[in-house]
Design a protein around this ligand. Sequence first.
Ligand code: TSJ
Length: 640
Amino acid sequence: MTDETHYNDEDIKVLEGLEAVRKRPGMYIGSTSSRGLHHLAWEIVDNGIDEALAGFSDLIKVSINEDNSITVIDNGRGIPTGIHPKTGVSTIETVFTILHAGGKFGEGGYKVSGGLHGVGASVVNALSSFLKVEVCQKGSIYSMSFRNGGKDIEKLKVVGSCDPEITGTSVTFKPDPEIFTETIEFDYDILKTRLRELTFLNKGLKIILADKRKTEEIQEEFLYDGGIKQYIEMLNKNRSPINKTIAHIEDKIDDVIVEVALQYNKGYSELVYSFVNNINTHEGGTHEEGVKQALTKEIKRYAKDKKILKEKDEPMIGPDVREGLTMIISCKHPNPQFEGQTKTKLGNSEVKKIASKIFSNGFKQFLLENPKEAKIIVEKSMAATKSRIAAKKARELTRRKGGLELTTQWGKLVDCSCKDVEKTEIFIVEGNSAAGPAKQGRDSRIQAVLPIRGKILNVEKSRLDKVLANEEIRSLITAFGTGIGDEFDINKLRYDKIIIMTDADVDGSHIRTLLLTFFYRYFKPLVENGHIYAAQPPLFKISHGKTNKYVLNQAELDEYVNNLGEKTKYEISRMKGLGEMDSIELRETTMDLKTRNLLKIELDDAILADETFQILMGEEVAPRRKFIEENALNVRNLDV
Ligand code: TSJ
């Protein structure tokens, strides 16, 4: 027996804490899927970011090691190596063994950890098979390590010396495969997107990301002295910006810092991303409300002052000034209150006035100093007002005609009989030959089928009135029942699951992406609340004797063929389309609740999703081809 396995009462309490995390990991990190796995990395990175926000470091390096462990290093002060007054053990040990210890050190400042993630480094330890922390301080290298979710401890000790000028913290952890049963592989692009975002949000902070798993090590460096202004440049790069000068506003009132950057583009989507202490506030909140309100007010005031907008003109409203707007709002708050379903809505009521005041002052000045840009922005907003009113008239027209009177089978809904929304599903089926089998193969009580013709409109390139004029799109809107735009009401949704069913080929992927783009831009809550799915039709058919077996992918194919044995004669065919199956086969492989393989579409990282859609839907062909080649058009790549 070694020293580490003698536990005293205090140790046992600690172990119970970490054991509780292992029993219910979901309570601490949301889930044990890929998302939960990446959460571990964010937990450690956030601790490093806090040190940078406090002004003691300017470099963080994140490495994905060969064995899928992660190392995070910063050049901050180093976690204190002394004994912690409350726990009686070293502060380092306290940080990694006591739940919620993170927030208790060093009050004040604009902390990320202790905010949304903020479950503390001890949770990472509890869910790791191995964790090692090293600190450089006062000329010594201190080291401490843990195994088996913190159960086995190697106490803090000095393992070497270093230049006394150098200080910093290094943490390496390996996620426990017993906890993360789905995957323990870190995704380079997920790490890259968030780390790049963190450098945009923190001017002057350098983050290096390295991937050592490939034979040729990949390493990228992110450092943006222009901060979120450069973020806007990146987001608008392929979007044809119309005001050359990006508005960049920053100020501080009562310890609350508000920073905004914005630029308009030729498109019609509204891309507003907001953050509080580097955390993406998906659900918005008072900072976003304040800035949006001030934007509308200042554009209207400018337009009236310059006599471009007249009294007789239709009044301009918020959504009008946000058409084709790309805007980032970054707020730093010493004591943020997060609310909402996903705790990503800022609740502090005082912030609305602060954000509005800071933005109004700065933007007013921008408009006065850049009259050319101001004119472009005002004209864009006025065009949007006009188009909104035209769209409203078009909507009223379709309503008066009594919905949709279509003459072909396209867009004609074959509804289900069950009225209990929670049980029902709608299959959106593309392709001539698949619609028939889908209608016959469905469970008509709970499954509806909506056939659509080929490629639907690319909503990324069209304005609302044109989108609404498209028949396919109108039939989708009618079928969903929720309405669209300011009339959208999720309570009116007519089906619990909206299932996109397209061929497993390039055209099928394209159509699926067009549909997802449409849902993402116009029915975002449906995506966010997990109502959108993709059917996964089989890719291969193996025929032997009288049996036909369908499998989803190459791995399943190999396994099946291996199990057949040498003597069995079989034939493999690659499925080209849904139409190759009859209604019974289609039901068994793709539609039947018991035997099918549905994929839930989760696009919770709006900016990563936006980049993906831009590449897939935008003007530029080269990045699209590259993306398609690299990802083989696999819908799984849209999962975050
Ligand atoms: F917690 C952790 F292990 F996850 C972690 C902490 C991971 C990484 C990569 C860095 C850090 C970290 C912690 N970097 N810097 C610090 N700083 C402190 O813990 C610290 C140092 C000194 C003082 C002080 O008041 O003197 C206060 C603090 C919080």
